[in-house]
Structures are given as C-alpha cells and as structure tokens.
Design a protein around this ligand. Structure first.
Ligand SMILES: [Zn+2]
Length: 247
C-alpha cells in the first residue's frame, strides 16, 4: 500500500506534479530530467519529456488541505511575476515562493520511486505539517527569456567518500519566464547548523542573475534581476551550476 509522502495516510489520488493553472498556461511539452553525480562522474541520468508527470504518492487530505492552500497563496504571486506586474518581491512573497518551490521539489522527486529520495521522511512530514523547509536549504529565483515551456531538472550530487559524506541535491524548475533553483545539503557527520558549507559553482554572473528568496536576505527585492537566462541553454547552465568537487 502506498502512503502519502507528506503524512502517513494512504495515497489515494493520482495528481499532476504541475498545478492545472500552470499546465493551462504552458500547454506545450514539459521537459524533466534527473541525474546523479559523484565527484564529477555521472552515475545516471533520466530524462522525461512528457506533458504530464503523474504523482501517486499523495493523499486527498494533503492535496485538498495544505497543498491547496499553499497553491492559492503562491498562484497570485507567480501570476503577477509571469505577467510582469510585480516590481518588488516582499518578504512574505519570498517565503511563499520558497515554500511552494520546496513542496514542488519534494513532489517531483517522488516521481522516480526507484531511487532513494534525498529528502527524508521527517523533512517531508515537517513540510506537510507546518510547511517548514529542511535545514541548509537555499532557494533562488531567476528570470528566463525565450523559454515558453515547463522545465525541471534534479541533480543528486555526492562528493567522494572521504569528504565527510557531504551530499547536495539541486532542483531546477522553470515555468515560462520564472525559474527556481532549490539546493539542499546534508552531511553524514554532525556539523553544527550554523557552519556554512561551501560547494563549487561554475563561472557565470550568478549574483546578478539569481535572487535568493530563502533564507531571506532582504525585506524587499527588485524584480527582475540584472541578467536573465536565455532559452533552455540558460536553464541547463543553471542546472549545471553546481558540481561536486572532483578531488
Ligand atoms: Zn498526506
């Protein structure tokens, strides 16, 4: 019997990973891929180009309850960004976007049920119960240009075994002109939460391209950023921005 990824109830519904209003707005094909890497070496890659991604790991009470409320909270914010009507993203909109992005990253991860999921059961339950984000998680948004589709990519990044067992998981998603990147980091040894972990980032004007919405840095952020991501190539560069250390 399948149980819901966000609570312990039976998974009773088959839902699209993408909300209906987004699929109606971007009816062309959506592209999705999943990858695992260790020290620069690709362990596996999955690409899905389907208009629909069905999730079978949700229950009706999550779906009709907190998920639906979060959707109703995120929809006006995302719509006003997509319609070029939002010039300042305030702290409450930043938090809404971050929680929505994390929920969606967890749902997306569940589509591949053969893998061990990066987000733990505790982290998913906390998302379901109080919509809190896992520790060491950052969320950025970016503006896309010439990108009319839904795009999603997930990368499971593992470092070499003698590196303290640091793992990172990056989800990159775009809906037309709005892109999200979510990065979560885990360590196998107890490193205090206030210690900043670093990872390698490929060259590029990322500081002028990405706005960090979680953890919140500013009360209000000007939208759009100075640089945009051009077409699917720009999104692929964002997906490839993080790579595990090769040493
Ligand atoms: Zn549930």
């Amino acid at each position: 019997m399948r149980t819901c990824i966000f609570c312990h109830k039976n998974a009773s519904t088959r839902e699209d990973a993408w909300p209906l209003w987004l699929m109606n707005r971007f009816p062309t094909s959506s592209k999705s891929r999943m990858e695992a890497e260790r020290g620069g070496q690709k362990l596996g890659s999955w690409r899905m180009a389907k208009p629909k991604l069905l999730v079978k790991w949700l229950c009706a009470s999550c779906n009709n309850g907190w998920m639906s409320r979060l959707e109703n909270e995120a929809k006006p914010v995302m719509k006003s960004i997509l319609d070029d009507k939002l010039k300042d993203i305030d702290i409450s909109a930043q938090s809404t976007l971050a929680r929505w992005a994390l929920k969606t990253a967890m749902v997306l991860e569940s589509i591949d049920s053969d893998r061990t999921w990066f987000y733990s059961e505790d982290e998913r339950q906390l998302m379901g119960a109080v919509q809190s984000l896992p520790p060491r998680t950052s969320v950025w948004i970016a503006k896309c240009i010439n990108q009319p589709n839904i795009y999603s990519a997930a990368k499971d990044l593992r470092t070499a075994p003698n590196n303290g067992g640091v793992r990172a998981y990056a989800t990159t998603m775009a809906f037309g002109s709005l892109a999200f990147q979510i990065v979560s980091i885990k360590t196998s040894v107890a490193i205090p939460e206030n210690v900043t972990l670093t990872y390698e980032i490929t060259g590029g004007p990322w500081d002028q391209t990405l706005l960090q919405v979680w953890p919140a840095m500013q009360k209000s952020m000007e939208w759009p950023p100075q640089y945009g991501l051009n077409s699917e190539f720009g999104l692929d560069a964002l997906t490839e921005r993080l790579s595990p250390a090769t040493r």
